[in-house]
Design a protein around this ligand. Structure first.
Ligand SMILES: NC(=O)c1ccc[n+]([C@@H]2O[C@H](COP(=O)([O-])OP(=O)(O)OC[C@H]3O[C@@H](n4cnc5c(N)ncnc54)[C@H](O)[C@@H]3O)[C@@H](O)[C@H]2O)c1
Length: 447
């Protein structure tokens, strides 16, 4: 253990015994704090941009050389951060990226936004958080604040990060500060972005919450301090479980209505006229992305360890993951109506990304739809303006242009993702058979 009063890392001047809380809050107010961001992806890069917009200097750290190089050239790999905006910050010296781990001792605040996927057995894969924490811990100095932004199971900040950081001999809440603050970014959302989405912060100690809140406040409009990291961790899991369960419910309602011969969208629109006690969710091909299909399993896994089965999560996961099969059955039916089999049929899939107007195919239900159709011998092509090439699960396809001729040439068209750029009226007019998992054609016709 390092003796109190000694410099924690002499080169960076992290002196123990100073009033670091006051110093960091003052640096936040004066925008002189250096903001470090570990992981420059869908979450990290927009956060870097907001911090720079607020006037902070940002040092991004990423293990990917490609990411570091493109960011330093002012070229953005994330749609929500246009390259012109990033280039402006890079040119002004406000954003720099590095893969040099040693530089992690420089920032006053280090926000960690690395992936938290599931393993093949659907258990949390916490290895990225672990290795990012170890990298930060190796260079920890007094006077630094750490924030975990990655979605994870409750207890990660206190049980996994804190012991690794405390090995330095520094004291949390005094010499360094640690909090969890879930990122709530919704890629492609034009109305709510990092800046105007309230930010929940739960520190290990009240001083941790105060310091981290002060450091984010210049960049985020509304701060929501909570009493502990566990509250913040569970807030994110509740939000995403709420979505997964409600999407599961409405998908089940789609199956129910189908069996009863009732239009589920008409039912939902009618229910949505109730001014209280109902929140509109719409059915679709299933769930995708890095959050909704994965995050609830972090909670389920944690609860299994405590001998409790989270039944809503299980049922929602089951229903949502069956939706590609439900829609593929609709394609089989539509082809049958034309006395055709799937084998040899030309099937055009519109939209491969997991949701509208983004270029992310992670966990996209379209992957299952394409796979199931190909397994039955369908000749699948696709159109997606955001995904020029689609390489997944042994599938290799390139996006075809969307015009009346391509639509007419298909025996069946399946709309999986309702990108805003598609002419749905044309698709509705020209398609010989149409399976519309998003109700895109009818919805556009209404407006
Ligand atoms: N994408 C979203 O919409 C979204 C929304 C809310 C929360 N989240 C959560 O945020 C976290 C990050 O997700 P993302 O979508 O930004 O991931 P991403 O894959 O887009 O980006 C992660 C980045 O971290 C880098 N990285 C990996 N390990 C690293 C390490 N040890 N050190 C430094 N860099 C490392 C990768 O190279 C990559 O550039 C996840 O926990 C996710 O659940 C994501």
């Amino acid at each position: 253990m390092r003796p109190l009063g000694a410099s924690a890392t002499p080169d960076s001047g992290g002196v123990v015994g100073k009033n670091w809380e006051q110093e960091l809050i003052a640096k936040a107010e004066q925008r002189t704090a250096l903001i470090g961001i570990v992981g420059l992806g869908y979450v990290g890069l927009p956060l870097a941009a907001e911090m720079a917009e607020a006037g902070f200097k940002v040092l991004g750290y990423d293990v990917s050389r490609r990411v570091v190089d493109t960011v330093n050239k002012g070229v953005s790999h994330i749609l929500d951060v246009p390259s012109e905006r990033l280039a402006r910050f890079v040119k002004a010296g406000l954003i720099t990226a590095t893969d040099d781990e040693g530089r992690l001792s420089e920032p006053d605040l280090v926000a960690i936004a690395v992936p938290t996927p599931l393993s093949k057995t659907r258990d949390p894969d916490i290895s990225y958080v672990l290795s990012a924490t170890q990298a930060v811990a190796r260079h920890l100095r007094a006077g630094q604040a750490m924030v975990l932004e990655s979605t994870t199971y409750p207890g990660t900040t206190r049980d996994l990060m804190l012991p690794a950081l405390e090995k330095s001999g520094l004291k949390v809440g005094v010499d360094f500060f640690l909090a969890f603050s879930p990122e709530r970014v919704d890629p492609g959302n034009q109305r709510f972005q990092t800046r105007n989405t309230p930010k929940v912060i739960g520190g290990i100690t009240p001083a941790c919450t105060r310091v981290v809140t002060a450091l984010y406040a210049p960049a985020i409009e509304t701060m929501v301090p909570v009493s502990s990291p566990e509250v913040a961790e569970l807030t994110k899991l509740l939000e995403n479980t709420f979505r997964a369960v409600n999407i599961g419910l409405v998908n089940e309602m789609a199956i129910v209505c189908d069996k009863l011969g009732v239009d589920v969208w008409e039912v939902i629109d009618a229910a949505n006229t109730k001014p209280f006690g109902f929140m509109k969710f719409t059915p679709g091909p299933g769930v995708g992305g890095h959050c909704i299909p994965l995050d609830p399993h972090y909670l389920a896994w944690k609860m299994r360890a405590l001998n409790y089965r989270t039944r809503f999560i299980e049922v929602a996961g089951e229903v949502n993951s069956q939706m590609p099969e439900f829609w593929v059955d609709k394609v089989v039916h539509a082809l049958n109506q034309q006395s055709k089999a799937v084998r040899g049929a030309r099937i055009l899939v519109i939209g491969i990304a997991y949701k509208k107007d983004i270029d992310d195919i992670r966990e996209s239900p379209a992957i299952d739809v394409v796979r199931l159709l190909q397994e039955q011998g369908g000749q699948v092509s696709y159109h997606d303006p955001f995904i020029p090439e689609f390489k997944e699960d042994g599938i290799l396809l390139s996006s075809v242009p969307l015009d009346a001729a391509t639509v007419r040439a298909a025996d069946c068209v399946v709309i999986v993702t309702d990108h805003g750029t598609v002419d749905y009226a044309m698709v509705g007019r020209e398609a010989r058979a149409l399976v519309d998992t998003r109700h895109a054609v009818a919805d556009r016709a209404k407006h």
